[in-house]
Design a protein around this ligand. Structure first.
Ligand code: UDX
Length: 456
């Protein structure tokens, strides 16, 4: 379509990002996917952890103030709560300004926001724009919040009178006990921040659509169960990182590409890749056990030791004495790796992960079996999927100790006991390829989403 002046008419979508590395990456991938469908894109982002706009000249970037620099990061749910309070006003002002200056051939029709920036739904409502809620983590987490009771104790947040009916997947995911399985400290903060959880879940109900970065064959049953409880249509269009045509780096941390040269020298399927994502923290003892466990496993390993992984310790002081000599060329340690490239490398045969949703999807896409050590939040659900529902990984439970690590790494990578898991992981890779074909479920979902947006 064109204006009377001959200009091509496009719809502009405003995407709101949550300022944590993996969430920023997911939203930029989604932006790239939607841009390839002909939409123009504005990225609104809090000042904290601003994405690198020069990597994406095709998008317009608009920062909003967040006042987070002064905020003490007590817990993830506290951070979410404060960010949502601080950003409402600046986002309203920013939308107001953008709507006043928008051009006729490039009108804003929709605000697409990370589920954790739920303030954006209220702002969309106040400007009478459609709000689309994006789950950058699994679909099951929408049901998991069902187990959190309302502060007035009047039933559950999502389902006022009833829990969703128990299906076999819901039982395997242990949804009812998920909150119980969290560390007490985290449970206390969740209870304290229930108002934020209620606002988060309310925004899901008010949204015009929900986008989930998942695949039908992974979560179809849960998506159908969730859909029974919502009138909002759920679009499953993952994995974003495979659907995004080509995307320049979205990383805030600098990727150390030297690990790829190291991988090039290793035997196929021999390397265990170890990374706990961008947020998780461990104590010094856990780090030591991990180091010696990897050293004693006799498998080559590539380990991401992110600055900040262990509190208050400088990166170079972290490793135990004698460790470097013990591992020699068998180990490679970096601060941050090009993870997707690493997982796609022929030398990698296993992934010891914290089970963040992106890491989980990236591993499944490359047919890599996982050793799972979840830390918090949705990771506790993802581990149940990987180990009990999909059976493409093993869990490393209770306290970390080097002997257990050696056993688990060898089982995952080489022992015949792990053969089933390794084979199933390869079968999952084929299912991903099906999903991404021309008439596969993810591409169909994407086309339906584009139609939905065009109709608003
Ligand atoms: C957070 C939460 O912890 C997680 O539970 C939730 O599902 C998403 O938000 P994070 O812990 O960073 O994410 O984990 P994950 O979702 O796995 O994302 C990590 C991302 O960083 C992945 O896309 C991965 O490819 C990338 N990464 C990680 C690198 O590029 N290099 C690295 O060295 C490590």
């Amino acid at each position: 379509m064109a204006t009377p002046g001959g200009q091509r008419v496009r719809q502009r979508l405003v995407l709101v990002v949550f300022p944590v590395q993996s969430h920023i990456t997911s939203m930029l991938q989604l932006a790239t996917i939607l841009h390839s469908k002909g939409f123009s894109i504005t990225i609104v982002h809090p000042l904290l952890n601003s994405p690198n706009s020069s990597n994406h000249p095709e998008f317009t970037f608009v920062p909003i103030s967040d006042n987070m620099a002064e905020t003490k990061l007590v817990s993830p749910s506290y951070f979410i709560s404060v960010l949502n309070k601080n950003c409402v006003r600046p986002f309203e002002e920013c939308m107001d300004q953008m709507l006043q200056t928008e051009e006729q051939h490039d009108r804003i029709t929709c605000i697409i926001y990370d589920a954790l920036t739920y303030f954006a739904q209220d702002v969309a409502d106040s400007f009478k724009l459609a709000g689309i809620n994006v789950r950058t983590s699994n679909a099951a987490s929408m049901l998991a919040y069902a187990v959190v009771r309302r502060p007035d104790d009047q039933g559950y947040i999502f389902f006022p009178d009833c829990m969703p009916e128990e299906t076999s997947v819901i039982q395997s995911l242990n949804l009812k006990d998920i909150i119980q399985s969290m560390p007490q400290k985290e449970r206390d903060v969740m209870v304290e921040q229930r108002a934020a959880l209620i606002a988060l879940t309310d925004s899901v109900k008010k949204a015009s659509a929900i986008i989930v970065n998942t695949m039908d064959f992974l979560e179809q049953e849960i998506v159908m169960k969730t859909q029974e409880h919502f009138s909002t249509t759920i679009f499953t269009i993952g994995p974003f990182h495979k659907l995004a045509p080509t995307i320049s780096s979205t990383s805030i941390l600098e990727e150390d590409a030297t690990c790829i040269s190291w991988l090039n020298k290793q035997v196929p399927k021999s390397v265990i890749y170890v990374s706990f994502g961008s947020v998780a923290k461990m104590n010094e003892n856990e780090l030591l056990e991990t180091a010696w466990g990897l050293a004693n496993s006799e498998q080559p390993f590539l380990w991401v030791v992110r600055p900040g992984l262990v509190r208050d310790v400088d990166w170079l002081d972290l490793l135990p004495k004698g460790f470097a000599e013990r591992i020699g060329e068998r180990g490679c340690i970096v601060k941050w790796a090009p993870q997707k490239e690493v997982l796609a490398h022929v030398a990698v045969g296993g992934f010891w992960s914290h089970c963040g949703w992106n890491s989980t999807l990236e591993s499944i896409c490359e047919g890599i079996p996982m050793l799972c050590r979840p830390f918090f939040g949705d990771q506790l659900l993802n581990v149940r999927y990987v180990c009990d529902v999909w059976k493409v990984g093993l869990e490393l439970e209770s306290e970390l100790d080097r002997v257990k690590i050696v056993r688990a790494v060898r089982r995952l990578m080489v022992d015949t006991e792990g053969e089933d898991i390794r084979q199933r992981a390869m079968e999952f890779k084929k299912k991903v390829d099906h999903c991404l074909r021309e008439s596969g479920s993810s591409l169909n979902g994407l086309n339906e989403l584009a139609e939905k947006i065009l109709s608003v």
